[in-house]
Ligand binder design. Structure first.
Ligand code: CUA
Length: 339
């Protein structure tokens, strides 16, 4: 369903039409039964009213056919809603494999976004048209919620953990970004914009804001500054596991479990190293809880991701890599980006 509904925000993502279709179906079913029941209540009240003082109605002994009908019809309708909703839920929850990574940190009262190429934005997010974008989100303080009505996308952002979501924009333009979870005095001011650009214009924008330091390179510097490198050595002689080729692969733990080394696992291993100790290693790593900001953690995660893993290939990754120098990056560089 690609039709625009009046009074609705524009549909600017692949999910928007699908969400609206389900929403419209729920509204129509509710209105249909609301009107039907109200009409029956009024008409029965008139038709079966008591006409004289000594009138005795004929007793009713039930109708099996009627009972079955009003059980099965609602069951059928709610099953349609359930299956339709579950299908949509899974489509929204499953991030396409070749997505472009963007990291988001919510903080009272602003949204901070980081691109893999190193561009950072505050209360703004620039994305290319027609490319699936994976957001990895967390919060530095309390629960926020990342809400872009035009994309029909809302994701709670929880401190102490990573949540992921994705979208694929289908029309260029600038759209509202809201915080949709009450987070304190200036919750209502925790707003921003998402700008969808043609892929070529986006490349120009990326190059224009280039800091020369990709997210992974910033992470590599932190990796050295925090002395992670003294234990996580590339030659397998360190006290900690080697991190090359780990990202996206299964890891065997001392507890016997196997987990996938995804963003959330890497983050947990930095702030709470004792939670999931790799098999064959001692729990000697100190915690970095409170010593590294969420943004820095994301840079470290991006660095470890860059050390090898399946998630770095694909058109999204290609788009996120530094583009050839454009003719005049400054001319097409939108205001307010960077830092
Ligand atoms: Cu952040 Cu409301």
């Amino acid at each position: 369903m690609g039709t625009e509904l009046p009074l609705f925000p524009v549909q600017a993502s692949t999910m928007a039409g699908r969400v609206d279709a389900l929403y419209l179906f729920l509204i129509l079913v509710s209105v249909f039964f609301g009107v039907l029941i109200a009409t029956l209540v009024v008409s029965f009240a008139i038709r079966f009213r008591r006409r004289s003082r000594d009138e005795r109605p004929r007793p009713i002994h039930g109708s099996t056919a009627l009972e079955i009908a009003w059980t099965l019809v609602p069951l059928g309708i709610v099953m349609v809603v359930f299956l339709w909703g579950a299908d949509l839920f899974f489509a929204m929850a499953r991030v396409p494999p070749a997505s472009m990574d963007i990291y988001v940190v919510g903080k009272r009262w602003m949204w901070k976004t980081q691109h893999m190429t190193g561009q950072r934005e505050i209360n703004e997010l620039h994305v290319p048209l027609g490319v699936p974008v994976k957001l990895t989100l967390t919060s530095e303080d309390v629960i926020h919620s990342f809400f872009v009505p035009a994309f029909r996308m809302k994701k709670d952002v929880v401190p102490g953990r990573y949540v992921t979501t994705w979208f694929q924009a289908t029309r260029t333009g600038t759209y509202h970004l809201f915080c949709a979870e009450y987070c304190g005095t200036k919750h209502s001011g925790m707003i921003g914009t998402v700008t969808v650009m043609e892929p070529a214009a986006f490349q120009t924008w990326l190059a224009g804001g280039a800091t020369g330091t990709s997210l992974a390179a910033a992470g590599e510097k932190l990796f050295q500054d925090l002395a992670c490198i003294t234990c996580h050595r590339a030659d397998s002689e360190g006290r900690g596991p080697r991190l090359e080729g780990v990202f996206g692969h299964p890891v065997s733990l001392a507890s016997g479990e196997r987990v996938t080394a995804d963003e959330a696992y890497i983050r947990e291993s930095i702030v709470n190293p004792a939670a999931k100790v790799v098999a064959g290693f001692q729990p000697v790593m100190p915690t970095y809880q409170g010593l590294v900001s969420e943004e820095s953690l994301m840079q470290l995660v991006a660095y470890i991701q860059s050390l090898g893993g399946p998630a770095t290939a694909g058109p999204g990754a290609a788009l996120a890599s530094p583009a050839p120098a454009p003719a005049s990056p400054a001319a097409s560089r939108p205001k307010g980006q960077g830092r």
